[in-house]
Design a protein around this ligand. Sequence first.
Ligand SMILES: [Mn+2]
Length: 338
Amino acid sequence: MNKNLSEIRYFLKRLLEEKERPFIIVPHEQPDMDAYASSLALRELLRSLEINAYVYLTKLPPELLSFITHGEFPDLQGDIKQIGQIIRQSLPYNVVLIDFSDIKRILSEELKNIIVNAQKVYVIDHHRGFRPHNLNAALILEYPSTSEIITDMIIEANLAHLFDNTLITNALIAGILYDTNFFYHAIPHTFEAMRILSKKGDYKKVWRILRIPEKSLPEKIARIKGAQRAEIIRIDDIVVLVTEIGSYESSVASALISLGADLTIVVSEKKTYYRVSGRSRLDIDLGEIFSTIARQLGGSGGGHKGAAALIVSTEKISKDKLISILLTSIIEKLKKRT
Ligand SMILES: [Mn+2]
């Protein structure tokens, strides 16, 4: 038998030994589509096996929230109440960590306590490398997504009828599309899972929700105005776009990158401060540049290599001067690069 399938069967058997206690399913913090989909589908799988299961899903990142809203998926907030009751009544429970396996990734003290105080801790994950200790059972398969593992589990548990529930199927499709970056990281198994899921789910609908997130009218207009007003600055063969907008500056900055810019600076002048959003696909650290300038001007700023933001008081500097300082600093870094 396929090695993965025998691991899945063994893991299912271990879970079924624990029927009498409820399961709390814990995705990582800042859960993504794959973590959400696998949590939801595992909950339904366990419930079909007559095991009480609840998902611990608190703060929803905007991207996931938008997906849940547009796809009419459950936000699972009823589960949080149930989990609260289990904890308050000091009832014994088990925990399944899903789509991650390193407890150190959890920052919330409350959630850490929930994990530490579980009778048994299980893991279902697809990330390589880290193999957790002190667990009762772990199912770690090197698939591109946890959603594929759960798809296999549903089939192995003889619960394929769960795929008739389009919420489960569509969620799993979304998890796979998201984690494989629309099949870029797919392996043959991904297509096997998708073959089954796409029979019952609405592949096109999920694709649309993920690919073309619905934007509000003001945001759409801001993105278009931002592009109309953009000034093109060429530095050798690098294209920098600088623009101004009333709001939605980070959305505008991303939009300009997708138009083809290598780096974008979007300035929004508020009553007492400027908010600057930057995006870059160059090999320089935009977060570092922004935080240095923020320090110099007594503002706040920083971010990542490719995405950064900055807030500076309008009393400190004029808008044109601020843009020129940013550009100078970016050009300096670009020169150092070569
Ligand atoms: Mn994942």
